[in-house]
Design a protein around this ligand. Sequence first.
Ligand code: PAF
Length: 284
Amino acid sequence: MLLVRSRSEVGLWSEHTRKAGRRIGLVPTMGSLHAGHTSLIDVARRSVDRIALSIFVNPLQFGPAEDYESYPRDLERDLDVAAAAGVDLVFAPPDVEMYPNGEPGVNVVPVGGVDRLCGRSRPGHFTGVLTVVAKLFGIVTPDVAVFGQKDYQQLVLIRRMATDLNFPVDVESGPIVREADGLAMSSRNRHLSATDRKRALRLSATLRSCAQLFAGGHRDPQDFVRELHRAGGAGVSVEYGEVVHPESLAPVDRVEEGAVCAVAAFVGDTRLIDNHVLGTDPGF
Ligand code: PAF
């Protein structure tokens, strides 16, 4: 496995790889790798020959009061995880390599779907995400890029960007990977105290209940919204609990198969998100 820090080295690797007739997959990450990330590598491997994984804690997608400074970073450990998962190249650029002039002179600003769910409380977040992902697409030139379903709104907006800006890349998704007790894997879980770790289970528990409501024939969105807000309580403050259309992300009037139950909550000081696509196997 190669570790490279510069855009030019990635460019050479991609050129060489493509000349050799190999298809390239990209798994963009902010590091602190866990089984959710390795499952994305597995998804990529189904359709490509070589896998590039980027590790970059992107300052552009964090608000001033958010956890950019404290976001977990452990490159040595990440390199071990990536090598064991069969990654061919890790691109771990310093900030100056991604943003040579500090702030970028051009941003990718999403138009629709950004005033919903996480976008409401995180102004500028998805502009930061789309801008860095567009740059990674330009640097790595992947045939396929894989993102996790856990960041559902991010996935929808990246798909839209790739389509609307004609990036020659297939955007694929990997399912949410959960701990045995149902907690969705997230780099931020390591910030949870033992008490908060237990409290965090309320998010997946409400999603499980939503899956049961749907299986039981409920179709009124209010039943689901009420259930999602039950995640709140001692130490857990729900930011949103909504049932939305899978593509527009607008709240639905009637709950149909494919609608997405999405929840965000602060558990102690840690903001967690989770979701479930109704009609699919909850598997938790
Ligand atoms: O999902 C993430 O880890 C990040 O938002 C991403 C896609 C790597 C962009 O920084």
